[in-house]
Design a binder for this molecule. Structure first.
Ligand SMILES: Nc1ncnc2c1ncn2[C@@H]1O[C@H](COP(=O)(O)OP(=O)(O)OP(=O)(O)O)[C@@H](O)[C@H]1O
Length: 247
């Protein structure tokens, strides 16, 4: 059984089909990168998986359970996933440690001592041990995003969804966030991520999916997609990324 199975997923905003029949399976420990032009539906797909958006048609199964079923417990489903967005979304009035322990304590009912010990372990693992008592505005953008990823990890999710987590960062801070994602992969975390960082996608993905106008047009290994794309649209998109970098 796959960890996640998406079948025939459609999403419409104001009469415009943003997702058009997406089929995608994700296996445990697999890293799937979604690539595609701005507006192709990458974020919407992640938001549907996390049930932040309701799909108009199709199904999503997590560990064999249909989470798109109207009777599914959305909060229970979200507890099994970690999601991180482009904007760090840390609570500004809480220390890094309190940000990280909030969900384990309040949602998962872990005791304070245990939650803090786990949070300190994660902070140490990701090089932020010294920042436990700091407030978000005392951290660099890269450190804030690393803390946001750690916060999502703290509930020990089955699946991590990372939406453009490096886009808001200065180039010199991107590297440290990519390092955290690399570390998550080495730890066996199952992830779906959207990125405009093609080099990183190529390095980290097991599977690359190219979305075009809400259609999952092509999927394959990084080698297949980047070195030998099968579809002209995929080739055009990759060429446009290369051209943009030359500007
Ligand atoms: N809440 C919403 N209401 C209306 N339209 C929306 C909403 N969210 C997304 N859209 C539209 O859906 C389309 C897909 O958007 P989405 O953010 O999923 O694309 P994306 O591939 O993630 O783009 P980017 O790379 O720029 O983040 C766009 O045309 C967008 O304007």
């Amino acid at each position: 059984m796959s960890l996640l199975t998406i079948e025939g997923l459609w999403k419409n905003y104001h009469g415009h089909n943003v997702l058009r029949g997406i089929d995608l399976t994700v296996e445990a420990h697999e890293v799937v990168c979604l690539i595609g032009a701005s507006g192709s539906g990458k974020s919407t797909l992640l938001r549907c998986v996390n049930l932040l958006e309701t799909a108009d048609d199709g199904t999503i199964h997590l560990d064999g359970e249909e989470i798109t079923d109207v009777r599914a417990d959305a909060d229970g489903v979200r507890k099994r996933m970690g999601i991180v967005f482009q904007a760090f979304n840390l609570f500004p009035h809480m220390t890094v440690l309190d940000n990280i322990t909030l969900a384990p304590r309040k949602v998962h009912k872990v005791g304070r001592e245990q939650a803090e010990a786990q949070a300190r372990d994660l902070l140490a693992r990701f090089g932020l041990a010294a920042k436990a008592g700091s407030y978000p505005d005392q951290l660099s953008g890269g450190q804030q995003q690393r803390a946001a990823i750690i916060r999502a990890m703290a509930t020990q999710p089955r699946l991590m969804l990372l939406d453009e987590v490096t886009s808001a960062l200065d180039p010199e801070l991107v590297t440290e966030v990519l390092g955290v994602i690399r570390e998550l992969k080495e730890g066996g975390m199952t992830m779906i991520l959207t990125t405009h960082e093609m080099g990183f996608c190529r390095e980290i993905a097991d599977t690359v999916c190219f979305l075009d106008g809400g259609v999952l047009l092509e999927r394959g290994t990084p080698e297949q997609i980047f070195s030998n794309p099968g579809r002209p649209r995929t080739r055009e998109f990759l060429q446009s990324v290369i051209d943009a970098r030359r500007l």
